[in-house]
Design a protein around this ligand. Structure first.
Ligand code: PLP
Length: 397
């Protein structure tokens, strides 16, 4: 595979599943190549090869810390969002005395299952906030829970943006509440790091999870921000890597790619955001013009959400079940909700259940990046029309 590999140029497919993962950018590949080819040293080795890769890891850490307003000592590289979430939640219980976790039913499984798993090992009370029809957790209920008992032993774990329907949390408000009551706050920011400005000094959190492959970086690498006040022991025991916080030889090329992808995203954040927002608005309009009774989960039309995601709710139709498959055959990649671990299409989603979405309707998540184009949107609309419309608008009365 050449260094010039670049998904959108190579492939004639239309990729609208960027919330599942994003294609690597050419600049990111180019930043990683010298590490793959030449800089193979183990960062823990004290000889020249080791010192070289140590420098690469530490300069990546500096760059990530700068991007989120943290100090370098608060950034820990991990294998991705799942490990970051597991570390934050399980170590908060194991090492910081957390005995109550307040979360929501719409969290990613990496949070939901980590909470359930740690609660099987420790006496942890789990409280789940109500969410409204758009997936917004009830912050009045959060405050009531926080006021109820010893908030210092409470962890609040709420995702910054929902990967299925794009609901965006008011992180500042949640952070302020947690500070007021002295609770720890973890946010799964896997869908928002590199897409929204995040500054942990302005919006304090105890833990923040991120993953490179959601912002055009490589898979299998992410980071966990851990506020310096929270002294946890390693989640992964082993050598003294990551300042004794995570054993295991560092994924040096991944870390270099993550830092490069984040730098690019920060530099181009406003342009990318505006471009994707315009594209999504155009898609919404074309869908509205094409299909009667089209609806959207979350609040995409208010533009106050995760702008990369559009969760479309199609009206009941016998053709719905095969819609995603037909789109795939037509060269269009979207998702039935979130990418699921089996690779098979999911028939139900805990997020859609939590917002009480009508099970007769069909939800398809289209998720965008700055690499998508209006021409692609037109193509998708024309395919959807071909697949669905013989049964609705085009049928003579
Ligand atoms: N959290 C959210 C909100 C996600 O969307 C994902 C990925 O789908 C994850 C966590 C897991 O991240 P990773 O794939 O890096 O383990």
């Amino acid at each position: 595979m050449s260094a010039k590999f670049f998904y959108s140029r190579m492939s004639r497919r239309i990729y609208l599943d960027n919330a599942a993962t994003t294609p690597l950018l050419e600049e990111v590949i180019e930043a990683m190549l010298p590490v793959l080819y030449e800089h193979f040293g183990n960062p823990s080795s004290i000889h020249a090869e080791g010192r070289r890769t140590r420098t690469l890891v530490e300069s990546a850490r500096k760059s990530v810390a700068r991007a989120i307003g943290a100090s370098t000592a608060e950034v820990f590289f991990t294998s991705g969002g799942t490990e970051s979430n597991n570390t934050a939640i399980k170590c908060a219980v194991r090492d910081l005395g957390v005995r109550r976790i307040i979360s929501s039913p719409t969290e990613h499984h990496a949070v939901l299952h980590a909470i359930e798993a740690i609660a099987r090992e420790y006496p942890v009370e789990i409280l789940r906030l109500r969410v409204d029809a758009h997936g917004q957790p009830d912050l009045a209920q959060l405050e009531a829970f926080l006021a109820q008992s010893d908030a210092s032993r409470t962890l609040v774990s709420l995702m910054h943006a929902n990967n299925e329907i794009g609901t965006l949390l008011d992180l500042s408000a949640v952070s302020a509440l947690c500070q007021q009551y002295g609770a720890l706050l973890h946010t799964d920011a896997v869908q928002t790091v590199a897409h929204f400005p995040i500054n942990v000094q302005q919006t304090p959190v105890a833990f923040l999870s991120a993953s490179a492959h959601k912002f055009h970086g490589p898979k299998g690498v992410g980071f966990l921000y851990i506020n310096a006040d929270n002294l946890i022991r390693p989640f992964m025991d082993g050598g003294g890597q990551e300042r004794n916080m995570r054993g295991g030889t560092e994924n040096v090329y991944g870390i270099v790619g993550l830092a490069k992808a984040l730098e690019l995203a920060i530099t181009h954040m406003d342009d990318r955001k505006q471009y994707i927002q315009r594209l999504r608005r155009y898609f919404i309009k074309r869908l509205r013009d094409t299909i009667d009774d089209i609806q959207f989960n979350g609040t995409p039309e208010a533009d106050n959400d995760l702008y990369t995601v559009l969760s479309v709710s199609f009206p009941p139709s016998p053709k719905n079940e095969l819609l995603l498959l037909h789109l795939d055959i037509a060269g269009i990649s979207a998702s039935g909700g979130s990418a699921c671990s089996s690779g098979a299409e999911q028939h139900s989603s805990h997020v859609l259940e939590a917002i009480q979405a009508d099970p007769q309707r069909k939800t398809i998540r289209f998720s965008f990046s700055h690499l998508n184009t209006p021409e692609e949107v037109d193509e998708v609309i024309s395919k959807i029309r071909e697949i669905l419309l013989p049964l609705s608008r085009n049928v003579p009365a």
